[in-house]
Design a binder for this molecule. Structure first.
Ligand code: BGC
Length: 753
């Protein structure tokens, strides 16, 4: 008699001791065969109903569940109570897919598994700010291992929508505004996750660039511009990370929903990019059976959140009446099974285990230490001396409890969380259109440890005092009697809601102003999801962008403040001077209704017309000839660097060699950023490398551009075309820093997408 051991595919004879003997494993368990062959062998054994089972997932979040289809008690017991669940086929040893969010750690965000804690990585935007692909990989491998240990074999990670709209409430879950930087970093994170033999997604495919009315808006953009921007980022990440699944988005693209968008899913993803994995839907993003199935959706993720059950009985009916061809179901199942084989879900089944809190925390800390960006440091106020007897005022930002984290499905309940680390914010908010809107109270999770404690530990001889900043008079009184004042300000972002402005809310600008007036050694620490405005910048000598720095964020920040670590983060996103500098000074359609997370009964559909096309972030600023507050790629260090000996050559692409030297007195890491502008075009990032240098040390570097970064997309011919001509190449520590320059001739060329 066969008995399946756990969810694994190992099949043994186990009825009695006498009977117990191993039998030959089924043919599809032969690891010498390709994933495609193994999938074919297994698929041939599946009944129609079993095939339908594999393409139909259930939401795992809600208790009691709102399932449209009845589920067995066995299945209910198996639901891991996280994001989603696709039943396996026990008879054949096909494991279920246990899905958890997301890119910043195993999301256990309060809806489920009370008491569970996981290591919170810094925000993905911070990881992008490291410009260090190894750290993205290491973070991915760490959260992948935690996911495995907690019983998940799918991590709904790989968030990659470009920061075309920096007020997007999920800016912190994404990797900034540049397709090359974001694509490389997310690709590496995916690779890290999948090194743990689980599936990672990349999401939300595509153009889910604002949260306002995300379930109904149509992102309207030309084919060429989309290929050169948002899609290019996905293309790069998919090539590099080869995610097992791609999650189609909530929104429509040029009026067709992403999860039934033939152009996006079939033409671009599966045909042009040759993608072999499967497409799963975002939770509530399916709107049809035949249209979705015929246009590229392979698995409905979330029965229970979608407005109807689309891939259960309705798909069976559609197959019966021929509106969905049999070959399509076969393709869906093949894609799912071959991915499960390719990534080791059969050969390396899940084993629950405790997580390694210390080692995982170290990974998060290294990430934070390289991603926190020093924005200003007049008179070398920083680093502070950890041995000095001095008084330090720590003000605001709940710095006595932890550091900010972003909200929504990616929310990780961090290691060391306790009720004191969760605060409620809410109340009246004035939208940019002048209307007032009462925000329901929301839980904000503060990741421990507290900056206040970390500072006390780092500087044992200092007298460190805290003021919550609520009463400006008391905060300034403390600042006045202290040698140093460190003010913590924050911008909370969450999924489902865009911030209406990049301004800091709740009187924080006034607080900084007042503290700066009271103490000329004022350092501002920003814990923000994305860029914010800093009207007080001229009045403070030092500012540090800490983003959401994760579970060991306070330790990383403190080590930077006191000089144990050289700040080496560089901005992966432009910081504007005001909302009016953005391509859309007000988020299209934003009004109080935009606040609601609408999945069912959504507000009226409307279009967001992206007239700026591929000119996102720094490209927009150059095009408009406007100066931002801080340019893309910017960040200071405690040491100094030079870029010398630039030699650039052309031809089919651009290759540049140069030397980066640490000319200062401290160890430090610099990111060399290489940009090129095609004839008559705008600068684009075409390569980068981060180097770690001792004082006086230098390193020779050669970078070669991916030719797509030089090209434009010819939508009519469906080809990349590299224009011939003289390209202006610049090298430096930001898009605005032309430390070295050259001109090279590039030959005309075409590339297949
Ligand atoms: C989010 C996805 C997430 C899913 C499951 C959706 O609301 O957009 O990013 O993976 O929920 O939690």
């Amino acid at each position: 008699m066969y008995k399946i051991i756990g969810c694994a595919a190992a099949i043994v004879l186990a009825a009695s001791a006498a009977e117990a003997q191993t039998v030959a494993p089924p043919a599809w368990m032969n690891t010498m065969l390709s994933p495609d062959t193994r999938a074919d062998l297994l698929q041939a054994k599946l009944t129609r109903d079993e095939q339908l089972t594999l393409v139909h997932g259930y939401v795992g979040l809600y208790e009691p569940n709102r399932f449209h289809a009845p589920i067995s008690a066995e299945m209910r017991a198996a639901l891991p109570q996280s994001a989603g669940y696709v039943p396996g086929i026990v008879r054949l040893g096909i494991p279920p897919l246990n899905e958890s969010d997301a890119s910043l750690g195993v999301a256990n965000g309060g809806h489920m598994r009370p008491g569970d804690q996981a290591t919170a990585l810094p925000s993905s935007l911070l990881t992008a700010a490291t410009w260090n692909p190894d750290l993205a990989y290491a973070g991915g491998a760490m959260i992948g291992a935690e996911a495995r240990a907690k019983g998940f074999n799918v991590l709904l990670a790989g968030g990659l929508d470009l920061a075309r709209e920096p007020r997007d409430g999920r800016t912190f879950e994404y990797s900034g505004e540049d397709p090359w930087l974001a694509g490389v970093m997310v690709g590496e994170a995916i690779k890290g996750i999948q090194s743990q033999h689980i599936i990672s997604t990349t999401k939300h495919f595509a153009m889910n660039d604002q949260e306002t009315a995300r379930t109904v808006v149509s992102a309207d953009i030309s084919d060429a511009a989309m290929r050169e921007s948002d899609l290019l980022a996905f293309e790069i990440a998919i090539e590099r990370g080869d995610p097992g699944a791609v999650m189609c988005a909530y929104n429509r693209i040029n009026n067709v929903y992403a999860c039934e968008n033939d152009y996006l899913l079939d033409t671009v993803l599966k045909k042009d990019w040759g993608y072999k994995g499967f497409v799963l839907s975002d939770w509530g993003a399916v709107h049809s059976t035949a249209d979705a199935a015929n246009h590229g959706l392979d698995q409905e993720s979330a029965n229970g959140v979608d407005s109807e059950d689309f891939f259960g009985a309705p798909l069976k009916d559609a197959l019966a009446d021929g509106s969905v061809p049999e070959t399509r179901l076969a393709d869906m199942v093949h894609r799912i099974l071959r991915t499960m084989f390719a990534l080791g879900l059969f050969d390396d089944p899940l084993v629950r285990a405790p997580i390694n809190i210390e080692a995982d925390g170290d990974v998060a800390q290294r990430d934070a230490e390289e991603g926190i960006v020093l924005l200003k440091n007049e008179g070398d106020l920083l680093p502070l001396d950890p041995h000095k007897r001095q008084s330090i005022a720590v003000i605001g930002g709940y710095a006595d409890r932890g550091v900010y984290s972003g909200g929504g499905s990616s929310q990780v309940i961090p290691i060391g969380n306790e009720p004191a680390q969760e605060i409620l914010i809410g109340g009246a908010m004035v939208w940019s259109n002048g209307e007032e809107w009462q925000i329901p109270k929301q839980v904000v999770v503060l990741d421990p440890p507290a900056p206040l404690d970390a500072i006390k530990q780092e500087a044992p001889r200092a007298r460190v005092s805290y003021d919550d900043g609520d009463d400006i008079a008391s905060a300034t009184a403390l600042a006045r009697r202290s040698d140093i004042a460190i003010v913590f300000v924050h911008q909370w972002m969450r999924e489902g809601v865009d911030v209406s402005s990049l301004s800091l809310y709740g009187g924080q600008d006034e607080l900084v102003d007042a503290v700066a007036k009271a103490n000329r050694n004022t350092i501002v620490v920003l814990e923000t999801g994305g860029p914010v405005l800093m009207p007080w910048l001229d009045k403070v000598p030092a500012a540090i962008e800490a983003f959401y720095p994760g579970n060991r964020g306070a330790v990383a920040l403190t080590r930077i403040l006191f000089g144990e670590v050289d700040p080496s983060g560089r901005l992966p996103i432009t910081f504007p001077l005001g909302d009016s500098q953005l391509p859309h000074p007000i988020i299209t359609g934003q009004n109080p209704v935009g606040y609601t997370i609408a999945t069912v009964g959504a507000p009226t559909a409307y279009d967001v017309i992206y007239t700026e096309g591929a000119k996102i972030g720094y490209k927009w600023f150059e095009d408009q000839k406007i100066e931002p507050l801080f340019p893309f790629g910017f960040g200071l260090s405690y040491t100094s660097f030079t870029f010398d000996g630039l030699v650039a050559s052309g031809g089919h692409t651009i290759t540049a060699s140069f030397e980066v030297k640490n000319t200062g007195k401290r160890d430090g890491k610099e990111t060399a950023e290489l940009y090129a502008a095609p004839p008559g075009g705008l600068k684009r990032l075409i390569g980068f490398v981060k180097v770690d240098l001792k004082p006086g040390e230098s390193q020779h570097v050669t970078l070669t551009a991916d030719p797509r970064l030089l090209a434009g997309f010819d939508a009519e011919a469906q080809l990349w075309r590299v224009p011939a001509g003289e390209y202006a190449v610049t090298l430096g520590g930001s898009v605005a820093d032309n430390a070295a320059a050259a001109t090279v001739r590039v030959e005309a060329g075409t590339l297949k997408p």
